[in-house]
Design a protein around this ligand. Sequence first.
Ligand code: FAD
Length: 465
Amino acid sequence: MRIVVLGGGPGGYAAAFEAARLGAEVVLVERERLGGTCLNWGCIPTKTILRSAHIVADTRQAAEFGLEATVASVDIDRLRERKEGVVDELVGQIESTAKRLKVQVVYGEGRLVSPLEVEVALADGSGVERISGDAVILATGSVPFRLPSIDHDMPGVWTSDEAVSLGSIPDEIVIIGGGVIGLEFACAYAAFGSTVTVVELMEQILPGNDRRVVKATQTSLEEMGVRFFLGDAVESVEQHGERMRAILRSGESIEGDVVMSAPGRIPNSAGFGYPEAGIEMDRAAVKVDEHFRTNVPGVYAIGDLIGGMMLAHVAEEEGVVAARNAVAELHTVGASPHLESVRYDCIPACVYTFPEVAVVGSSRDSAKERGIDAVQAVAKFAANGKALGEGESDGFVQIAAEKGTGRIVGCQIVGPHAVEIIHEVAIAMRYGIGARELAETVHAHPTVSEVIKLAALDAAGKCGC
Ligand code: FAD
C-alpha cells in the first residue's frame, strides 16, 4: 500500500508519519523545507520573537518588581540567529522522524497529473519524477492573502513572511488586519519600541470573538501604545522615498517605514492541477467530506488547504485522521471501513499577545444562537495570588455552561498562561466533565488555574447543578 502526501507542513508530515506507523509505504513531497508555514514562517518563529519581546516588556517594568535594570534593546542579528536556531532544531527533528519511520521525502514542487499520480519538478533541478500511489493526501497549506489594491513588490510592504525574516525592526509600522497574526506582530513591535498602528476593516479586532475578550485585548494593546483604526480600510499604499503612506477609506493617511499586510491567508491551491484532476473546489479551498475525502476516490485533503480553522494543531489532527481513513479504506476494499472525523467543537484557538488569549467552544451568546440555553460565569485574575505575584493580574476566565446539566459549552481566557491552562477546559468538554466536576477538582495553590476552578464553581451554581 503506497500513500503519497503532497506538502510537508504540520498537516502533511502528521499524515505521512501516521500512515507509515500504520504500515503504509509513504512518499512525502515538499517544495521547500519540512515543517511548512508553522515551523518556518508561522507559529514557531513568531513565538520565538514574542518571547524576546516579552523580555523587553519585562525589563521595562523592572522597577515595579523592585529591580534596577536598563530596558533591553534588540540586537536584530542575534534575534534572527536565535529564531533560526529554534526553527532549524525543530525542522531537523521532523527530518529525523521521517527517516526513522522510513518516509521517503522528495524535495520539489508537486502537481497532480491524474488523481493518483503526482509529478514533481525536483528541487535540485535534476528533472521531473512521477510518483503514483494507492491514495494521495493533499496538504499544500495556505499563503498570505494579497490585497489587490496594494503593490506587494514595494520594499516597504511586508507580509508575515518578511516580518519573520527579521530584516529590520521598523520605527513606525502600519499593520493591515486586526486578526491573530496582525495583533501578535503589533504586540511584538510595540514591545520592541516601534510605533504601531493597526487598521481593521471590521468594527472590532479579533473578528468573531466574544466582546469581553476583544475589549480586554484592545485595552492591553492600547496600553502598550498600539493605535487602532476600526471599521476602516487601507485603500492604497504609496512609497515616498524611504517612507510608506497608507491611505484609508476614511480619508486618513498614516505614514510608516513599513506597511505590513495581514488581512488573512488563503488556501494554496492554484496551479497544482487540482480542478484538472476533477477535484471539487469551494473557491480556493479543496472541498472534503467529514472524513477528509475529496469527491475523487482515493484523494484526501487536509489542513489550511481545506479552509475552516486554519491552525497548525487542526491541520495535524486532520492529517492523522485522513491517514487512518486512507489506510482503512485501502485495507477494506468493497466493505465499509470504520472512518474517523475530527471534533472541532473542543479545539482551542490561541492568540499570543500580552496578555495571552485562549478560547475553546462557544460563548453564552453564540451558544444561544445555536439554541443552547447557557449561563456565563466570570472570574478575574485580579484576585489570584500567583497572577498578582507575577505582576500579570489583568484578565479573566469566562465559562459558558448549559443550564440544568452544567455541560461546559465554552471558555474564553484572557490572562497569564491562558494558552496553557485552556486545555483543562478542552479536556472537560471533550470528555463530558461538567462545571461541577471541574470545580470539585482540587487545584494546586498558588496557580493561575485556580481562576478556572472559581469560574467553574460560579457556573455550576448558576446552572443549578
Ligand atoms: P502549511 O504549514 O502551509 O504547509 C504546507 C506545505 O506544503 C509547505 O511546506 C509548502 O512548502 C508545501 N507545498 C505547497 N505547495 C506544494 C507543492 N505544490 N509541492 C510540494 N510542496 C508544496 N497556527 C497555530 O496553530 N498556532 C499559531 O501560533 C500560529 N501562528 C501563525 C503565525 C503566522 C505568522 C502564520 C502565517 C501562521 C500561523 N499559524 C498558527 C497557522 C499555521 O501555521 C497553519 O495553520 C499551519 O501551518 C497549516 O498547516 P498545513 O500543513 O495545512 O500547511
